[in-house]
Design a protein around this ligand. Structure first.
Ligand code: GLU
Length: 357
């Protein structure tokens, strides 16, 4: 897989806050220039580059006089508003050294949750790429409130990769990759992850760095979205010299998450990853087996419990009897109809509108 990386053409690169800010928490201009020079090299090889950049809240913090990351939503949003424009001014200047035009794209979760808006966001990004412009994406932190948030830019970058779709997702952070035995003398980098399983999820713990939002946990979740979408993902140290160029030359840098063999079709990616589900159904073992093993639709008799309030057309989680989500789908009936047993037909989620996770 590593060797094939030199052939990919569309790359989403996520830059974490600590990758682009220095120790005094200001944008690290020399290092940003170094990264942008590498991106310009990739572009010269004919690759399309899409950036998901964190750092808006960080860049605004100093200006507003916050010693630490503010705790209130309004404080964070004010920092983001000030910081985002500063950040873009820096990107504009640094990319212009290499004669590359950039565009700011700020997204909220519901821009991608609604199917038409999702398709529209995709067309806009594709149009920017066709014009050889580098889109620089961030969450629209100034207006997104908790329930509407992507939450972190690891997830946002995986969603952008799944939306386009891209051929590769690179998360640049300040650690060398995913570690085995982290914090012990036997600490060792995991070069390749073939499958994201419970053991791996357990190994990934949150970060204590107060500038960063996600730790490894959010990166593993991003890995689930990317690999299920058929997109390889790499976690690497964005502070290492020439990291992007080395990666693209197939060197053993960082941790590579191998993609699933097949890419979920666009509509299924949208059902699986772009929703804050409105509720969940708990189904019995028989229904679970029929869904997973036989690719059947979900029928009313298999539903044991209904949680949340949802309408026909909403995306809901399908959970097993230990309440673990194993699938998602677009529901044909409302929660009200399910609870009152007044359902118009026995099929509650059609198999074409369902994704096994
Ligand atoms: N959107 C946030 C910012 O620009 C960062 C979120 C994250 O790093 O996950 O500061």
């Amino acid at each position: 897989m590593r060797k094939r990386l030199s052939q990919v053409s569309r790359i989403v690169i996520k830059l974490g806050t600590s990758v682009i800010t220095n120790l005094s928490k200001r944008p690290d201009l020399p290092h940003m220039t170094h990264l942008i020079r590498q991106m310009s090299d990739l572009r010269a090889l004919g690759k399309e580059v899409i950036i998901v950049s964190s750092g808006a809240v960080g860049a605004g913090r100093g200006v507003l006089g916050f010693e630490k990351k503010p705790k209130t939503l309004a404080g964070l949003q004010a920092c983001a508003a000030v910081g985002q424009s500063r950040l873009m001014a820096i990107y504009e200047k640094l990319f212009s050294i290499y004669d590359i035009n950039i565009a700011q794209v700020l997204l909220t979760h519901d821009d991608l949750e609604d199917h038409n808006r999702n398709l529209n966001a995709r067309s806009t990004l594709i149009s920017l790429l066709e014009h050889r412009i580098v889109p620089i994406i961030n969450e629209n932190d100034t207006v997104s409130v908790e329930e509407l948030k992507f939450g972190d830019n690891d997830r946002l970058s995986a969603l952008v990769a799944a939306l386009l779709p891209s051929d590769l997702l690179i998360l640049l952070t300040t650690v060398d990759g995913l570690m085995k035995n982290f914090g012990t003398p036997e600490q060792e980098i995991i070069s390749t992850v073939n499958e994201i399983d419970d053991a791996l999820r357990l190994q990934a713990s949150g970060t204590s760095n107060d500038a960063a939002v996600g730790g490894m946990k959010t990166k593993i979740l991003a890995g689930e979205i990317a690999t299920r979408s058929g997109i390889p993902m790499i976690i690497a140290n964005g502070r290492k010299k020439d990291v992007l160029v080395s990666l693209m030359e197939g060197e053993e840098v960082g941790t590579l998450f191998e993609p699933d063999d097949s890419m979920l079709p666009g509509r299924k990616r949208w059902i699986a990853f772009f929703h804050h589900t409105k509720g969940s159904l708990v189904v019995d073992e028989g229904a679970k087996t029929a869904l997973i093993k036989k690719g059947k639709s979900l029928l009313f008799p298999g539903v044991k419990a209904v949680h949340g309030a949802f309408d026909k057309g909403d995306v809901v989680s399908i959970n097993d009897t230990s309440n673990r989500e194993f699938a998602r789908g677009i529901i044909e009936v409302s929660s009200r109809e399910l609870i009152s047993n007044e359902i118009p037909e026995s099929e509650v989620i059609h198999r074409n509108n369902m994704v096994i996770l």
